[in-house]
Design a binder for this molecule. Structure first.
Ligand code: MG
Length: 374
């Protein structure tokens, strides 16, 4: 790959894979990782997993799949401008939500609560578990055998307690080191994508409106520019032009501010990256605006009573499924009963976390609705 900065991750400085493999021909190590992720079962399931709105609520809302594609697009554009490894950013961003439960954060919180006595449930750790253990595709190993830096990027956060069980990939949490710039970028690309698409989906759903959004600095100032430029524009096009301009502003700011940080900290190689403070970041002004937007979305969209009602149903479904399986393991499909023998309660969490929204609803009906076939 050409045009890589000296501090980018590359095929030359990667810490490699757990199981040695013949290097790929015609593609880079990180393109191979990206390809393995796209062909995984967990990736296909993202299509039917919720971001904010449950999959059956409408065909135009983002799912975890379209969210992941948007994160990858934003991440790759910025990576190219920063001289970072675009393929690695793409691999991390496409994999970053693989461990998410059905029903978004409500599902994750419910499963974490259920697993409290058994080590808890962390979705980042679960994403790593999917690519390291749960995917069953290769003759020679469990999981996808991804490169160290891809795995490290997927493991965005983890508790120190769990980090100690993870070997090399957990070390940075114990030593308080930073991940690669590609991993740092993937994180921000995620934030840019969801803040902006939640504005778009929020408006589409009617749960928030344009009048409310005028209180939000970053929205109102872009809205003004767009309406001045196109005074007759209305409806969805006006929303799209505004959201488009917002994404452009924050992506450009992230590129410029991060470039400055890298220069100021005199970063030359990966070791410098790992030991320096976080280098990818927004300028203070944009950071403040992003926080304001997040606060707005939290109060007006994520905590909206209609979203809360769905979240409440989601927690109920997850809890009931977990209770049923843990009080009688024989209710699990045979394959998962076998896994229970090996992994204990974690096998129940793996089964539930792997479910799509609609599968979880169906499984709930099969277990609890009289007259439903099993
Ligand atoms: Mg995400």
């Amino acid at each position: 790959m050409s045009n890589l900065a000296s501090y980018a991750v590359s095929d030359c400085n990667t810490r490699g894979r757990v199981y040695n493999e013949v290097p790929p021909t015609g593609r880079s190590e990180f393109q191979r990782d990206r390809d393995r992720i796209i062909h995984s079962k967990a990736f296909r399931r993202l299509e039917y997993k919720t971001q904010v709105f449950v999959n059956h609520e409408g065909d135009l809302f983002r799912t975890r799949l379209t969210h992941s594609l948007e994160v990858a697009q934003i991440g790759r554009s910025i990576a190219r401008n920063l001289g970072l490894n675009e393929d690695l950013v793409e691999a991390i961003t496409l994999a970053h939500d693989l461990g998410h439960t059905p029903f978004g954060h409500a599902g994750q919180d419910a499963l974490n609560q259920c697993m409290k006595e058994h080590g808890g449930f962390e979705h980042n750790l679960q994403s790593l578990r999917v690519v390291d253990i749960l995917e069953e595709r290769y003759a020679a190993f469990d999981g996808l055998n991804l490169c160290f830096e891809t795995r490290a990027g997927i493991l965005k956060h983890v508790s120190k307690k769990n980090a100690r069980t993870l070997g090399a990939v957990g070390e940075r949490f114990i030593q308080n080191q930073r991940p690669s710039l590609e991993a740092q970028l993937a994180n921000f690309a995620d934030e840019i994508a969801y803040n902006n698409h939640d504005v778009d989906d929020g408006l589409r759903s009617g749960l928030i409106d344009l009048e409310q959004l005028q209180q939000v600095g970053i929205f109102s100032r872009h809205w003004q520019v767009v309406t001045q430029k196109y005074p007759t524009l209305t409806g969805r096009r006006l929303v799209h032009e505004t959201v488009r301009a917002m994404i452009n502003t924050v992506a450009t700011d992230l590129t410029e501010h991060s470039t400055q940080n890298i220069k100021t900290a005199q970063i030359n190689d990966l070791t410098d990256v790992y030991t320096a403070p976080t280098l990818i970041g927004f300028s203070p002004g944009i950071k403040k605006e992003q926080q304001e937007l997040k606060k707005f979305l939290n109060e007006n969209l994520y905590l909206h009573f209609r979203v809360m009602r769905m979240s409440n149903k989601a927690s109920h479904i997850i809890q009931r499924l977990f209770d049923a399986f843990s009080s009688n393991v024989r209710l699990l499909p045979n394959k998962h009963q076998q896994k229970f023998k090996h992994y204990g309660y974690q096998a129940i969490a793996d089964y539930i976390a792997g479910m799509t929204d609609r599968y979880a609803i169906k499984e709930y009906q099969r277990l609890f609705a009289i007259g439903q076939s099993d």
